[in-house]
Structure formats: C-alpha cells, structure tokens
Write a protein that binds this ligand. Structure first.
Ligand code: ADP
Ligand code: ZN
Length: 759
C-alpha cells in the first residue's frame, strides 16, 4: 500500500478482496500494519471467511476510517503481485462485460491451483511453487524377443519416438494408459524409471537449427511494413490481415515479433485450441528459441505453472498459446497476434464465457499494444467492422506464397450420384478416382467428415424410435472401437440394444456415417493404402496429434480421415487432394451462424490442398449444391459470401447488426426451470422499461432451448437482441442485481454475452 495516502492516525489500511466463490461483489478487509508494505492490487492474500480461510486477490487498497466490524487479512502470499495492475483492470472489465464473478475471473487468469477453492490457515492450498522431483523414464533396454501386450508395445513405441528422460505423468497422459502398464515394463527390465529434478518444460526436443527465414513476397513486405509502422507508435491499434490460405501470414507475424523483441517489447500469439500443433510451436521455437513459452490445455498443471513463471520473470518474451494465454503475465507487451481470429475455440463455453479474441483487443487497449487479427475467413463481425468502420484496419493478402494457385474445386451433386449408381454411396466416383490417382503418384489425401464415431444414430426400422441419451435430449452415437453407444454431450454410454427399447422388435440399425465408418469404407476401397484417422476419439486414445500428424508430415500416411480437426492450420506440402463428405451437414443446424461456419470450414479445409509445389484439388460432396455458402466456398469467394450473408443478418437482426445475450436456466425439475426463467424475463422487461422508453431491446422467450435436456437438467432459454450494446449491458446489470437482491435462486442460470452458438 502506498503510505502517502495515509492521511491521519485514525485511518486504517483497507483492501478490497475478490474470492473465488461465485460471488458478485468484493469483500473489505483490514490490512494489519506489518502487512501494508507488501499488500498491493494483484497480490494473493489469505483471508478469514466465515469459519474457514480462503485465498483471494486484492483488487484495490486504500486508507479509510476504522471500522471495528471488519476482519483482518491473515497473510500476503507473495511479495510481488501475481497479477499486474493492468491485468487486474482487465479482469475487472471482463467481470463487468460478461457478468461473471470477479473471483472466478481471476481464477481463470492464473495457472490452475493458484486460486484453489480450499485453503488451509497457513496459506497452502494448491500452490505449485517449485516442486521439481519427478518420476521419469531414463533409459530403455529394448529386446524384440519379449512378448508384449498391445498396450505395452504401444507405450514402448511411444517412448522410442521421444527424447529421454520422459516424465511418467506425461507418458501416462499422452498414451492414455494406466500406471500398471509402465510398471510391468519396468518389472520386465525394459525401461528404467528414476526420480529426477526437472524444469517442467513442454518441449520434448531441442532445436538448434538455424531459423528458416524466407525473403518476403511483395505482398508480405507491404503488410509487414504497415505492422512495423503501427508497432513503433507504442499505442493501441488494431489490424485485420485477411489473407487467403498459405498467403504467408505466419511468416509476417514472425517477422513482426522479431522486431518487437528488438525494440525491447514482448509479444503474445493466440492460436485456436486445435491449431497449436507441434508444427507451429516448432516454427516459433525455431525463430525465438528459449524466449518462447507455450501455454495450452494439453500441458500438465506443473508445466503450465513453470511456463507461466518463466513469463512472469521476464525470461520468456514470446508467448504462444490458446485462449487463456491472453492473460499471460507479460510486461511491456508490444504486439498481440490472434491467428485464425474467427475460430470458435476462442470462446470459453463455461463461466466466465469470454472470447479470447475480444479480450486480446481489450488487453491491447490497456497495454498500449498493437493487436493483429489474422484469418483467411474472418468472422463476419470483424470483417464488417474493418470494411464498414475501418477498425480494425483492413489489410488483404490475395495470393498464395510463390504464386501457387488456389486449389481447383469440384462439387459433386450426391442426388445425381444416387441416380447414376442406383444406391446410396459415401464416396462418389470422382472422389474415388481422384484418390486412386493420388495413391499412384504417391501424393496424399485428406478426407473431411465433421462427425466422429461410426454411426450418428441408432434407429428402429419398425417404429422409427431413435436411441437417445438417458440424461440428454441427444441421440446416441455408435462407436465401433468400444462397441457401445455414447452421448457426445455428457459422456454417458451403454451397450447396443438387440431389440428396440420402444417396440421390442429386432429391427435396430445404424444411420448417419461418422469418421470411423468412413475409414472402414476407404480401407475396403483402397486396401493397400495407409489410412489414418484424426478426431477427438483417436487423439484421446492414442497419444495425440503429434503422432497422427507426424505420420502425415513424414509422408507415411496416404489418406487421413478426420473431423474439422484436419482443417486447422496444418501445412502439409504433400497433400494435393481434399475430399469433403456431407459438406452441407452443418447447414441443418438451426443456428444463425451455420452458413458462415460451413463456408469457413470448407474454405479452410480446401486451403490444406496444394500448399507444396504440386497444385491442389478439392472434391466437395453435397445434397445442396446450390446453397450460397457452398458455391462461394467453391470459388474461394469470401467477399461475395460476406455480402450475401451480411444482408441476411441485417434483415433478420443478427450480429454484427445487433448484440446478443443468451440466458439459459438449467434445472432438474422442468417447472422450476420455467418459473425461474419467467422471473428473469419479467425482470428484464421491467428494467428495460425503467431505463428507456425508446428501448430497442427485444426479449425473446422464455422458450425450450435447442437442446432441451442436458445432463439431466431441463433447459429454458431467453434471448436478448438489441442494436444498442450499452442498453444490453445496462439492462442485464440492473436485472441481475435486482434478482440477486430479491434472493431469486440464480444457481445454474448462465448468461452468455456475444454467444457463438445458441444451442
Ligand atoms: P499462412 O499463415 O497464411 O497459412 P504461412 O506463413 O504458414 O502461411 O506460409 C505457408 C508456407 O509458405 C509455409 O511453409 C512457409 O514456411 C512458406 N513461406 C511463407 N513465406 C514464404 C516466402 N516469402 N517464401 C517462401 N516460402 C514462404
Ligand atoms: Zn447425454
């Protein structure tokens, strides 16, 4: 605390503290004299709370009148704040904008464990401060003669691909095996395991090669020049780089970051959850070596903490990470890059429901930094702002590196295909022939089907009944590897029924192909090809992208089948063909973004083809060949797609022409959900009237949500739409503080500002 404000002797030191308990206000504590020197905004403190102790974060300190009713804080946990003053301000803003409790916001801003819900009176409780002796595999003695179970050989194979020592915690996590597997290998003498001291680093290799720097194309240089010019101004500014796939955007970021570092600044790069492939991290590591820290959810908690600490100590000046890396404790931040800014993984789906891209812009304002958004398919809000308002400033890269052509796109009308063949097929003649060509020429193919599992539902041919989840209003997906039905929303699984649970007849059959089934079909068509799969199931079971993507990068995989995961940012020069099955699938969702999503997905996946020396080709199979999102994606025509879609958005009052908030009430009992939703909705209407008589806000609902039941909860939804964003916030703030004051039970009522989907 600053003693200068210590006006008179009667005044005492006070601290406003946010605790991670889902409470919407802060608590005032007295700061004992001996702690005043160390107690600053952004420090973690231990405070008495009811009959227990909690760890909270100081938001503000001041001197005020002695109030004997106040409790004293017990300890200041670090002498230097864990959140800078600017980050405290960012958190406070986030909490206001998204109506999220401040303590919860601080919790997501810090590495896991630093704001644990439980704390002991001595202040310990989930702190990860250095604890470095860990178990690791240190050597192997491999012997091909030994009999191994499939799991054991999988683990051995995994170890062989890694540098040693390899942490046991990483081994079990990345291979998805239990500790009995490595223990049995140790018993057989095939691996040696020891305790070692480690700096928990996510890097599994060291890169000493010279950075691979290209001389920039004219387009790249022009764009970089603008970036560097803005960077030098040392104040907030924002740019949108709209560049077609493989136009060399990443290369521009790398150059700009190098310059920022030269100027003594630091840089932050956000990438989508799935975009943080080993490939991209390697590229940054190759340029910036040990200056790079990486932050994403695939790291262990210890690794995350250690990376965070390196950043905080100023040892890592470049941070590459996913959504929550936007809170990285960099000081003197000069440049923030949000790559693939349209990606929906920037939106956090549970509280606080923030969008990392939007927080990046706010952080840029608070830090006087330059914010660069990049995409081949900008989100329509961003694009509209850039083109219609000039903020962010619009920069365009229209051609691929080395003037490589964009891929040629063919659309196959599956209705004609059906007539021609007289039966339903998954792989059209054109696609089959194109794949065969690639196999002959030793080139690679990606096949996209955005649905995992074997069959998307199980239907009774006799009565039409579909197997649904016991807990959700969702149909069950059949997975062949487990031979079970599972719910993709809650994880519930059960065996495949022999007879229909409704009518008892044995006419149960599978409908709706998923990636597992397509892999099987391709194996029948191309028995000699090496066919791999990439979707959430494979990643969990087999040790991650690294292995699957590595197979493609090394040219070992001929055909990779996968969900949207295969569309993200990968740079595989050997891929010359991309096939898309069920391209129109996403269009059936009742969501105002479905056309935009479809366009993005198709453009992005098409962008994986022809990145190397040989030109690329794309085959899109669909039942709606005339839909505008498909036609424009086919011509890689973003501008005309955007114009058409924006005119629909304007007409039906959707973003960017309105701001939305989606409120969902979830309750075990249906009536309870409805009565709370009614209370919320009538309070919204009342507050809207109180605040203005020319209100532009519309309150839609309450109505059953698109997913009516989830994890045994009934869901009722209220949607707010307005052209006046300030009104949206004013009405929501007032409504919810009134409801809280009236003690309306608001547990599990979620408020989603700027929702990315309305399900
Ligand atoms: P984007 O981010 O737009 O997809 P990248 O920066 O990843 O594009 O560039 C695509 C590929 O082209 C990468 O393999 C990259 O190394 C290479 N590349 C980028 N710029 C150049 C250049 N000026 N000359 C040659 N190759 C380049
Ligand atoms: Zn379920």
């Amino acid at each position: 605390m600053n003693p200068r404000h210590h006006a008179t002797e009667e005044m005492v030191g006070l601290a406003e503290v946010a605790v991670p308990l889902g409470i919407h206000h802060t608590f005032t504590y007295r700061v004992p004299k001996e702690l005043q020197e160390d107690c600053h905004p952004g420090c973690r403190v231990l405070v008495p709370f009811g009959r227990r102790h909690l760890i909270g974060v100081v938001v503000e300190t001041r001197f005020g009148d002695d109030d004997s009713g106040l409790k004293e804080l017990s300890r200041v946990l670090e002498s230097s704040p864990v959140l800078s003053e600017r980050l405290v301000r960012l958190g406070t803003w986030l909490s206001w904008y998204y109506l999220a409790p401040l303590g919860e916001v601080f919790r997501v801003m810090l590495p896991p464990g630093l704001l644990a819900k439980k704390a002991s009176p001595n202040g310990s409780g989930g702190a990860f401060w250095p604890a470095k002796t860990r178990m690791a595999v240190v050597s192997t003695a491999l012997d091909n003669e030994t009999d191994l179970t499939p799991r054991q050989s999988e683990v051995i194979e995994f170890i062989q691909q890694r540098q040693l020592p390899l942490l046991i915690s990483d081994l079990t996590r990345l291979t998805g095996t239990s500790s009995s597997v490595w223990k049995s290998l140790e018993k057989k003498g095939l691996i040696a395991v020891e305790k070692i001291d480690v700096n928990r680093s996510p890097w599994t290799y060291s890169d000493t090669s010279e950075p691979e720097k290209h001389s920039l194309s004219a387009e790249q240089s022009q764009t970089l020049k603008v970036l560097l010019d803005r960077l030098e101004r040392d104040r907030f500014d924002s740019l949108l780089i709209h560049g077609v796939t493989a136009s060399g955007k990443t290369e521009i970021y790398l150059n700009a970051i190098a310059e920022a570092i030269k100027q003594g600044k630091t840089a932050l790069v956000l990438v989508p959850e799935i975009g943080l492939t080993p490939q991209i991290s390697r590229r940054f590591r190759n340029w910036f070596g040990d200056e790079v820290a990486i932050l994403h959810s695939g790291l262990s908690e210890g690794e995350r903490f250690d990376q965070w600490n390196l950043i905080r100590q100023g040892k890592a000046r470049v941070v590459v990470g996913t959504r929550s890396a936007v809170f990285a404790p960099l000081t003197n931040l000069g440049l923030i890059v949000v790559d693939e800014e349209h990606d929906s993984s920037y939106k956090q789906s549970d509280q606080p429901r923030y969008n990392g891209r939007d927080i990046a812009i706010k952080r840029g304002q608070l830090e006087d930094a330059l914010v660069v958004l990049g995409s081949a398919t900008p989100q329509l809000e961003t694009y509209h702002n850039a083109v219609a308002k000039g903020v962010p400033e619009y920069l365009h890269l229209g051609s691929r590196i080395l003037d490589r052509p964009l891929p040629t796109v063919h659309i196959v009308d599956m209705r004609t295909e059906f007539e021609k063949r007289g039966k339903a097929t998954s792989v059209s003649e054109l696609l089959e022939e194109s794949v065969r060509n690639r196999l002959d020429r030793k080139e690679q193919t990606l096949i996209l089907l955005n649905r995992r599992g074997y069959a998307s539902s199980v239907l009774c041919r006799s009565c039409g009944h579909t197997e649904t989840c016991n807990n959700c209003s969702i149909s069950m997906t059949y997975h062949q590897y487990s031979d079970r039905l599972s719910c993709h929303y809650c994880g519930y699984s059960r065996t495949v029924p022999v007879e229909c649970s409704e009518c008892g007849k044995q006419y149960v059959h599978f409908v709706g192909e998923g990636t597992e089934k397509v892999q099987e079909i391709l194996r029948e068509l191309f028995p000699a090809a090496n066919i791999d799969r990439l979707d959430r199931d494979c990643v969990q079971r087999r040790g991650g992208y690294e292995r699957i993507l590595g197979g493609v990068a090394r040219g070992e995989t001929d055909i990779l089948v996968g969900t949207q995961m295969i569309a993200k940012g990968h740079d595989f020069p050997g891929v010359t063909l991309v096939g898309v099955l069920g391209a129109d699938q996403g269009l059936r969702l009742a969501d105002f973004r479905s056309a935009e999503r479809t366009f993005q997905l198709l453009t992005q996946v098409a962008g994986r083809a022809g990145r190397g020396e040989r030109p690329g080709e794309v085959v899109i199979q669909t039942y709606y060949p005339n839909h505008y999102s498909l036609r424009y994606a086919c011509g890689q025509d973003f501008k005309n797609f955007a114009e058409q879609e924006l005119s629909f958005r304007r007409k039906f009052r959707y973003p960017p022409f309105t701001a939305l908030a989606n409120i969902v009430v979830q309750r075990r009992e249906l009536e309870k959900a409805w009565s709370i939703a009614e209370a919320v909705s009538s309070q919204l209407t009342a507050c809207r009237r109180e605040l203005s008589d020319s209100s532009r806000m519309r309150v839609l609902g309450p109505a059953p949500a698109a997913i009516e039941k989830l994890k045994n909860d009934f869901r009722v939804q209220i949607l707010l739409k307005t052209t006046d964003r300030k009104e949206l916030h004013d009405v929501l703030q007032r409504t919810f503080s009134t409801l809280r004051a009236e003690k309306v039970d608001l547990r599990r009522v979620s408020i989603d500002i700027d929702p990315v989907d309305l399900m």
